[in-house]
Design a protein around this ligand. Structure first.
Ligand SMILES: *[C@@H]1O[C@H](CO)[C@@H](O)[C@H](O)[C@H]1NC(C)=O
Length: 223
């Protein structure tokens, strides 16, 4: 009985030691990373890793970021990241530091609503001041009140029915186009007739001088 208990105690002790030694090397703190058999502290933001620690849970050798470079979180990076550069159509709204990237946004009067604005900035839409619902800023275009026009128009009986007004305009345009086409066709026919008659008269004139016979009806059409 005693021997058995002793055995269990020994086993428990062994397990505890085993678990502890394993956890010491495999389970690092959240501020640490695993390097070979050691847990090493991360480098702080604004610095990058030169050498991992030499003893367990020790501090690592870190160096500050070079100029125009940054890292905004704890890390074990071999170097810092280069800061963004603003494009010509952008302006800087946050400077580059060792712990923060430079921030750029579209210049006044332009906007870019895509995630990282990889395309050019677009010119803000414009509408009369009274119809601006939301002003344009660097990330969203102007929002205009497009429904505002209805109550304004309803005050003038003649412009009450924009749809029928549209129909009138379309009808007028169609009639104009048809008239223009007819006019062009008429002009072309006139020119062709003149040319034909010109030569026919010449022909008849020549014939008449030879035969002395009047040319008759056909030449009447050409008068
Ligand atoms: C632009 O306006 C929108 C909507 O009002 C807002 O969500 C956004 O943060 C603004 N952007 C800037 C850069 O001010």
């Amino acid at each position: 009985m005693m021997a058995r208990m002793r055995c269990l105690l020994l086993l428990g002790l062994f397990l505890r030691v085993a678990v502890c030694s394993v956890s010491n090397t495999t389970q690092c703190d959240k501020d640490e990373f695993k390097h070979e058999h050691l847990c090493c502290q991360y480098c702080s933001a604004g610095t990058y890793l030169i050498n991992p620690c030499q003893k367990n849970h020790g501090t690592s050798e870190c160096a500050p970021c070079d100029s125009k470079h940054f890292i905004d979180h704890k890390n074990r990076e071999p170097e810092c990241f280069p800061c963004s550069v603003c494009r010509d159509d952008q302006e800087e709204v946050a400077t580059c530091s060792s712990t923060t990237d430079r921030k750029c946004q579209c210049k006044q009067g332009t906007y870019c609503d895509s995630e990282n604005c990889l395309e050019k900035c677009h010119t803000c839409s414009s509408c009369p001041d009274s119809k601006v619902i939301r002003k344009c800023n660097a990330t969203t275009d102007t929002v205009c009140d497009t429904f505002d026009s209805k109550p304004v128009l309803s005050g003038h009986p003649h412009f009450c029915f924009p749809e029928s007004l549209n129909n009138v305009v379309i009808t007028a345009a169609v009639i104009t186009v048809i008239a223009a086409v007819i006019a062009v066709i008429a002009a072309v026919i006139t020119v062709i007739r003149k040319i034909i008659c010109h030569y026919r008269k010449k022909d008849k004139g020549a014939q008449n001088s030879v035969t002395g016979v009047n040319s008759g009806e056909k030449i009447q059409l050409c008068k």
